[in-house]
Design a protein around this ligand. Structure first.
Ligand code: HEM
Length: 242
């Protein structure tokens, strides 16, 4: 395994497989988020029920929150390995290039530079996003632990948060479309007869993810989804009248 990681082909394969793990997470995350589209519900919003269900999953056989933490560990491992592989491959490619060879001479390098740029910005977005919705450290609107629907509702009342998420999703779309296609090539799935289908497949999966993610902030911002009936709402109302 260590020899595989040391070789450039091995690194490329590991970058492709860790990318696939991250895409798997994104698909599940997007589907989970779409529970918000069911609105605040009569008793508990469906997205809150889903978030609690994830944390209770496997009890009493597994400890509370086991699945959530297992996914976090896998995600962190995949992100660190993905980035380390890319950084090492980029350094190797640079070292192998003749001195003074302009990177922009070859189209592939321009795409690689774009992948590095969108990747770095996505990493910054993920840190911001976790601080906003997991640790609830960034908030200019009311937030409550365990009240996912209310937190989403209040955050996406603000146009600047909507704008940040839409820009992040455009970056994600650009990164994914090229990344999925590169992964197909690295894993040897490409062939002249299949390439057109694979390219369309990469575009289709990217569009589904970007539109699926964008739907939730847009539905909240445009008030298609009703306000939550929760403590966060009471907090905000009491703030408005005090
Ligand atoms: C507009 C789209 C998105 C919305 C509305 C959204 C919403 C959320 C919410 C509410 C949480 C906290 C869940 C909880 O506490 O149960 C969360 C966590 C998270 N999201 Fe997103 N998300 C979006 C897009 C993304 C994207 C594009 C990525 C990755 C590139 C991402 C990665 C994560 C990660 C890594 C976590 C932490 C998971 C954890 O704490 O276990 N999200 N998201």
């Amino acid at each position: 395994m260590i020899d595989f990681w040391r070789s450039s082909v091995g690194k490329k394969n590991i970058v492709a497989v860790t990318g696939a793990i991250l895409i798997g997470y994104l698909i599940l995350h997007m589907l989970g988020n779409l529970n918000s589209a069911f609105g605040p519900g009569a008793q508990e919003p469906r997205v809150d029920w889903y978030a609690h269900w994830l944390r209770d999953f496997g009890e009493p056989l597994l400890p509370h929150g086991f699945v959530v933490w297992a996914v976090r560990v896998i995600l962190l491992g995949a992100i660190v390995t993905h980035i380390t592989g890319i950084v090492q491959l980029t350094k190797r490619n640079k070292a192998a290039r003749p001195a003074n060879f302009p990177a922009r001479r070859i189209g592939r390098s321009v795409e690689s530079i774009a992948m590095l740029g969108t990747g770095a910005l996505l990493l910054a977005f993920i840190v911001f996003h976790i601080l906003q919705f997991t640790t609830l450290s960034i908030h200019v609107t009311p937030v409550e632990h365990g009240e996912v629907y209310a937190n989403l509702y209040w955050v996406f009342q603000k146009w600047f948060f909507l704008a940040i998420y839409l820009v992040a999703l455009i970056l994600l779309g650009s990164h994914l479309r090229h990344g999925i296609w590169s992964a197909f090539q690295t894993l040897g799935l490409d062939s002249p007869s299949r390439n057109a289908k694979l390219r369309h497949g990469a575009t289709a999966l990217t569009v589904v993810l970007v539109v699926g993610f964008a739907a939730v902030p847009v539905l909240f911002f445009t008030d298609v989804l009703d306000p939550p009936h929760t403590t966060a709402l009471l907090t905000s109302l009491s703030g408005a009248f005090s």
